[in-house]
Design a protein around this ligand. Sequence first.
Ligand SMILES: Nc1ncnc2c1ncn2[C@@H]1O[C@H](COP(=O)(O)OP(=O)(O)OP(=O)(O)O)[C@@H](O)[C@H]1O
Ligand SMILES: [Mg+2]
Length: 310
Amino acid sequence: MDDCILKIENLSHWFSSNRVLHNVNLDVVRGQIIALVGPSGCGKSTLLRAIVGTHPPCAGKVMMCGGDGSVRVIDTPDRERGIVYQRYSLFPHLTAQENVAYGLMIDQTSIPNRLFGRKKWGPLRAQHMEEAAAMLERMQLGSALKKYPPELSGGMCQRVAIAQALIMRPSILLLDEPFGALDEATREELQRVLLTLYQENLVARKNDEPPPHTVLIVTHEINEAIYVSDRVIGLSQYWDWKEVGEKTAPGATIVYDRPAPVFAPNDERDFMVFREQKEEILHAVFDPEYCQSYTEYNQMAAGFSKGGNA
Ligand SMILES: Nc1ncnc2c1ncn2[C@@H]1O[C@H](COP(=O)(O)OP(=O)(O)OP(=O)(O)O)[C@@H](O)[C@H]1O
Ligand SMILES: [Mg+2]
């Protein structure tokens, strides 16, 4: 596949007798903004943890693909995969700017270097803080650089967390229900932030550069999934596992994978546009009565394997 950035192959996961994920296969193309939806408890966070590398799968593998055709199996976290969770992961005793600069500091310096190499450390620190300020400006938080997390609203904290992840320039940004704790208006504001990442991808493509942002966002809001992404994936335990010779439910697998319409941040929201796809997703992913044929779905998915508009 051209410009594949992340590859998941036959991934299965279980917690003792609780089988959670079954034979998940997924190719993520550079520049895609993918939304992952699925019934509560089906294993979305488990899949994300396997991609981050904190909890490698019981079977199968997650691989990062290099532009030169190299492939590397993931079994530990590294800066190539950034993650933002629903609960703000900020240090309360650091300002917004320091929080965003923190990852660069840890990545590029050591404690002895910071304590004893002041001549070098000083200018590097200034550079990190400058980069953090620029990133926060991009998140429209230029006026909150010196504020501490308890002084920020939930939406602002989450924007700092996204800035914290983006400043590390991850190959793929993972978001696990990042807006789940926010009110509706703030949530919409943050969704528009994601749309600006898509716009940055478009500009890069126009200039013949690789798109800088590849995103996988878990959300339980189907409208949000269709709005922010260019490809929607459905993970579900509701599929015909008897068909593949299983005697008991083996866990969730990908049962839905389709392109989604693309919006610009200032586009008028017209949820009528989403209606058909929303119905389709509710049926294919969330309906326990509808157990999709695994074989048939996989044949169909081969035709959609690129997904999105990349
Ligand atoms: N550390 C763990 N030990 C045992 N079971 C676990 C562990 N983590 C998750 N599980 C189980 O795995 C299943 C999938 O959990 P997971 O959190 O991945 O689901 P999810 O799709 O993210 O759910 P939600 O939509 O509610 O966030 C659940 O049955 C959960 O109880
Ligand atoms: Mg979860």
